[in-house]
Design a protein around this ligand. Structure first.
Ligand code: IPM
Ligand code: MG
Length: 357
């Protein structure tokens, strides 16, 4: 029996609801396949923890997490705690402390989901967005001086390093190479940003020579938004900076039908540290506690986690169950249905149990 240790951090808003659903589906998979075992430990960190203790997580949290094979993360953010406190207190220190430099965001239109674009169905949109996750516009460099005075100044410095850009390009080219179409689009803004983005383009060109079988092109980020909407079929794997990919992946999620299905993996490709898997949607306090959060992003990121752990068959089984359920029309309100989190979760668990082979 293959065994893995998982740290679950449900955190804020709908995080606990969707992580509970995800763990239920993972449990069903373990019973169905009998070939692996997840040992899950839950950590009560997040905004409530912050209100009690003054910190989003304990000072030695990274030491605690380091021993796990993967992290299953819910969502962070609360209406009564500033966003930069919650984000920089929990999720970003884990991403940065564990050098999870590749943020991987698969997007496709699931069967049964009605996307907003006319004439665009499953198969027309099947993308892998690779987001640089360790530097760029999110590097945390900058500062404020003369606070509150008329001459106050704030800087937010985007950092691009040769090491950082090279490794994310290599990751993206390798991922594109492993997909059937072997097609990569490098997103840039080197017309206006003439230092970091010009180096980004040069390194893309250099790394591309290691992957002669991958067809690649370059798009300015503004033009990219139009191409995503007007010619979704022309894209496959996409690599972009931290901020550009943050924005493009929300557009991608909307084009695929709902942010409620969009998953993400924060991956350390070198496996020095645990990687972290989470739904993209965030804490969604407006629907927290109502039992209607869409658990599909959390199932999908659970599949990403299983793949990363080396359980691709279980991952495929989970996604097949999810697709059977969406195709059958058991959908939460964000997808136009009226099912609850529990109904979708039970349907996915049933589909796992009843699937052949
Ligand atoms: C995401 C989210 C986060 C990000 C927010 C919560 C800061 O939008 O995962 O895309 O921008 O990284
Ligand atoms: Mg985002």
């Amino acid at each position: 029996m293959r065994e893995y240790s998982i740290a679950a951090i449900p955190a804020d808003g709908i995080g606990p609801e969707v992580i509970a659903a995800g763990l239920q589906a993972l449990e069903a998979l373990q019973r169905r396949t009998g070939s692996f075992r997840l040992h899950v430990e839950q950590f009560p960190w997040g905004s409530d923890f912050y209100k009690r203790t003054g910190a989003m997580m304990p000072a030695d949290a990274l030491d605690t997490l380091k021993k796990f094979d993967a992290i299953y993360f819910g969502a962070v953010g609360a209406p009564d705690v500033p966003d930069h406190v919650t984000l920089w207190g929990l999720r970003l220190p884990i991403c940065q402390g564990f050098d999870q430099y590749a943020n991987v965001r698969p997007t496709k239109i699931l069967p049964g989901v009605t996307p907003p674009l006319r004439d665009c169905g499953p198969g027309d949109l099947d993308w892998m967005i690779v987001r640089e996750n360790s530097e760029g516009e999110y590097s945390g460099h900058g500062g404020r001086a003369h606070r509150g005075l008329p001459e106050e100044v704030a800087t937010e410095v985007a950092i691009f390093t040769r090491v950082g850009v090279t490794r994310i390009m290599r990751y993206a080219f390798r991922l594109a190479q492993a997909r059937p179409r072997k097609l990569l689009t490098v997103v840039t803004k080197s017309n206006a940003q003439r230092f970091g983005m010009v180096m980004w383009d040069e390194i893309a060109e250099e790394v591309s020579r290691e992957f002669p079988d991958v067809a690649w092109d370059k798009m300015l980020v503004d033009a990219m938004t139009m191409r995503m909407v007007l010619k979704p079929q022309s894209l496959d794997t996409i690599v972009a900076t931290n901020l550009h990919a943050d924005i493009l992946s929300d557009l991608a999620a909307a084009l695929a039908g709902s942010l409620g299905v969009a998953p993400t993996g924060n991956v350390d490709p070198e496996r020095r540290f645990p990687s972290m898997f989470e739904p993209i949607h965030g804490s969604a306090f407006d629907i927290a506690g109502k039992g209607i959060a869409n658990p599909i992003a959390t199932f999908w990121t659970g599949a990403q986690m299983l793949e990363h752990l080396g359980e691709p068959e279980a991952a495929a089984r989970l996604m097949a169950a999810v697709e059977r359920v969406t195709a059958s029309g058991v959908l939460t309100p964000d997808l136009g249905g009226n099912a609850t989190t529990r109904q979708v979760t039970d349907a996915v668990c049933d589909a796992i149990h009843s699937a052949n082979a």
